[in-house]
Design a protein around this ligand. Structure first.
Ligand code: PMP
Length: 402
């Protein structure tokens, strides 16, 4: 008997009546509750936050602060600083551009990671702000604490680690890596774009310094996300704000200014207030399902995919079955371009998957996959029937080119 029955929530996602959605690693769907929370905010308390004295402004400010607290609890990081951002990408850029670097600093990145967790750090090297980047090989689909430890040098200042791969769907041993980092006085930036949606998190227990995530991958609105900064981060390791302007300022005198302390200093200008409120509703929705249930359900569907797809002649599966997994599996069909596979899955069976390089060109080059892979990614509302339909239709495709 499964712990969690996706049928109990599917009616909150009306589009699922018409198709099979397996592109959750790119963007998840939003349930009615998240959309309604935003609509309510728009209708009933659309106002700027932290600035006005009138009733609507006070209501919006209260809801916005509550949203921040809800997200802090959801991530197990109530003591840290949680700034709202547009997405994971912006959060990584705040850290990369905001830390005071020394010319001798080196950064470790992982080959399999998303461009959003590579380019912000590569740019530091290109701008001659740091000494260089050490890249951990992860072509087999996993990365271990030992792999990372062997790349550490005396000048390693920060490790930028994808908490889960958006190509392989494998989860990195973040806590173990954080322990090494603490030991060696190295900063750990976790790209949580793929784990915030799937795992019960406790950032304080994991022990990372920075955690970046996106709302649209965890049932929340597009253009929302956050950067969490550990309370242990101090001095030059506290990022300076990327943007300056209204809302983040304490005082301006002549041409000098001081910024507010806390998350507001990273939120210059008018923030996406209904978005933050919708994102908090998504966190509440996931909490009600239970993140342990979500994690177990997604991993079980991933293993079902791997087993079913691997049995089809001509299909290569890149996700290792024995690793800790979120719901994502990458595969190819011999002699069929991944885009053609994705197109056929949609045309023949209404299955939405992603195909191509998944913003991971260095990994795709290392694997010599010029067309990339097909990536099917399951979430809390997917069923075993969805997976079986994916497997059956892929078998049809592979059969056509034999
Ligand atoms: N990191 C990972 C692992 C991702 O999967 C993604 C999105 N595919 C990103 C970063 C970037 O997320 P966003 O576009 O929301 O900034």
């Amino acid at each position: 008997m499964p712990l969690f029955d996706p049928e109990s929530i599917r009616s909150d996602f009306p589009v699922l009546a018409k198709l099979i959605y397996l592109d959750n690693a790119a963007t998840s769907l939003s349930p009615r509750q998240v959309i309604e929370a935003q609509v309510t905010a728009e209708y009933h308390y659309r106002a700027n936050v932290g600035r006005g004295i009138h009733r609507l402004s006070r209501m919006a400010t209260h809801q916005y602060q509550e949203a921040r607290e809800t997200l802090g609890r959801f991530l197990g990081g109530e003591k840290g600083t949680l700034a709202f951002t547009k997405n994971t990408t912006e959060a990584a850029n705040i850290v990369a551009r905001g830390i005071h670097w020394n010319k001798t600093d080196r950064i470790i990145t992982i080959l399999q990671d998303h461009h959003s967790n590579l380019l912000p750090w590569y740019r530091l090297k290109n701008d001659h702000l740091i000494d260089g980047i050490d890249v951990v090989d992860s072509t087999a689909g996993t990365v271990s604490a030992e792999d990372i430890e062997s790349c550490i040098t005396k000048n390693t200042r920060l490790i930028a680690l994808g908490h889960a791969s958006n190509v392989f769907g494998t989860i990195a041993p973040a806590k173990e890596i954080a322990e090494i980092c603490k030991d060696k006085n190295i900063l750990l930036h976790l790209d949580g774009a793929q784990t915030a949606p799937h795992l019960p998190l406790n950032l304080e227990q994991i022990g990372c310094d920075y955690f970046a995530f996106s709302g649209h991958k965890m049932l929340g609105p597009m253009g929302t996300g956050g950067l969490w900064i550990s309370p242990d981060v101090t001095g030059d390791d506290v990022p300076a704000p990327l943007c300056t302007g209204g809302g983040m300022v304490q005082s301006v005198s002549g041409t000098t200014f001081t910024t507010v302390s806390g998350p507001g200093r990273y939120e210059a200008g008018t923030p996406n207030v209904p978005g933050a409120i919708g994102l908090a509703e998504a966190a509440r929705y996931l909490t009600n399902i239970g993140m342990k249930n979500v994690a177990d359900h997604s991993a079980a569907l991933a293993r079902r995919m791997i087993r079913g797809l691997a049995e089809i002649p001509g299909v290569r599966v890149y996700t290792p079955e024995d690793a800790p997994l979120i719901g994502t599996v990458s595969f190819t069909v011999d002699n069929v371009h991944p885009h053609e596979v994705a197109y056929f899955l949609d045309e023949a069976a209404g299955i939405m998957v992603r195909s191509g390089e998944h913003c991971c060109q260095p990994l795709m080059h290392a694997l010599c996959l010029t067309g990339g892979t097909v990536r099917a990614s399951a979430y809390c509302y997917n069923t075993r029937d969805d997976i079986d339909m994916l497997i059956a239709t892929t078998e049809e495709i592979a059969g056509m080119v034999k």
